[in-house]
Structure formats: structure tokens, C-alpha cells
Design a protein around this ligand. Structure first.
Ligand SMILES: [Zn+2]
Ligand SMILES: [Zn+2]
Length: 156
């Protein structure tokens, strides 16, 4: 998702769910998508990961963090947190959806349908999504982003 769109979405959701007076910022984390800082009253999202996520995933992460802000620091991912997360429209899951990029490999590819793949080395040739098409298909190419440098390889 585009960073400025994500910022707008984050502020909208915070206003809508009663934490509009909290601060919002992007952070430099690469291994977790979002965080809630109760003492600073601040929600942050990983700038690197937001750029790899589809809008629905950013929304889910944001609702996850807003639910933390609403129920307070002692709840962790307990039943009360879960109830709140679902009540505001989130998925109530402590972890991110299965097809979210895993943090280990620096290169993350996304096909037009939103499936993801990972590589440890810079992809040197075009790869198409196996989940969308069993054989090579120019319509299902991955676009690769390096989560550490932000470098992007678009299909030609
Ligand atoms: Zn959490
Ligand atoms: Zn696909």
C-alpha cells in the first residue's frame, strides 16, 4: 500500500474508533507490522512492511493496534482484546494473515492477485505466480521489493 494512503487510513480508523487523540507514526521495524506504545499514547506501523501489504492487510494491522490502545496494556492478546478487535471490524487474530510476507528473506514478491513469495537473492529473471498459474504467465508476474533498501524490480 502507498505510504500516504496508509497514513490517511490510519488516521481515519483512529478517529472513527475513539483514539484520534493518540499519535501516529511510521517506524523502521522490519519484523513486526505495528506497535502500540501506551505510555507515549502512540501507534506505529512499519514503513517497510506497509509498502508490501495490500490495503486490507494494513487495515487489519491498524485495527489490531487500535484494539490494544482501547483495552489497555495488561490484556495482551487475551479474550477481551480479541472481542474489542472483532467489535471494531478487525479479524481478532494475534498474528498476521498466513500470506503476509515473512520477515526473513529480503526480497518479497507480490503478484497482481496479492500472493507473496520470497527470495534471498535479487530475482534476475521474471517469475510468475504458481498459485495463479501453473505454467509461466506474463499476466501473473511478481513485482519484487527489497524490504531493507526499498529497491523495486517491476516486470518489464
Ligand atoms: Zn498485538
Ligand atoms: Zn498469485
Amino acid at each position: 500500500m502507498d505510504i500516504s494512503d496508509a497514513l490517511e487510513l490510519a488516521r481515519e480508523l483512529m478517529d472513527e474508533h475513539g483514539v484520534g487523540d493518540w499519535e501516529f507514526a511510521f517506524d523502521r521495524a522490519k519484523r513486526r507490522a505495528g506497535a502500540t506504545n501506551f505510555t507515549a499514547r502512540k501507534i506505529t506501523l512499519s514503513k517497510a512492511l506497509v509498502q508490501l501489504y495490500a490495503p486490507e492487510q494494513v487495515r487489519a494491522v491498524m485495527l489490531h493496534e487500535i484494539a490494544h490502545a482501547l483495552v489497555g496494556p495488561r490484556h495482551g492478546h487475551d479474550a477481551e482484546w480479541k472481542r474489542m478487535c472483532v467489535a471494531i471490524g478487525g479479524d481478532g487474530r494475534a498474528r498476521l494473515p498466513m500470506d503476509s510476507p515473512e520477515p526473513e528473506a529480503p526480497w518479497v514478491g507480490r503478484c497482481p492477485a496479492g500472493h507473496t513469495a520470497q527470495r534471498y537473492r535479487r530475482p534476475t529473471r521474471q517469475l510468475s505466480c504458481r498459485r495463479c498459474s501453473r505454467s509461466f504467465s506474463p499476466e501473473h508476474l511478481f513485482v519484487w521489493v527489497n524490504r531493507e533498501t526499498g529497491e523495486r524490480t517491476a516486470p518489464a
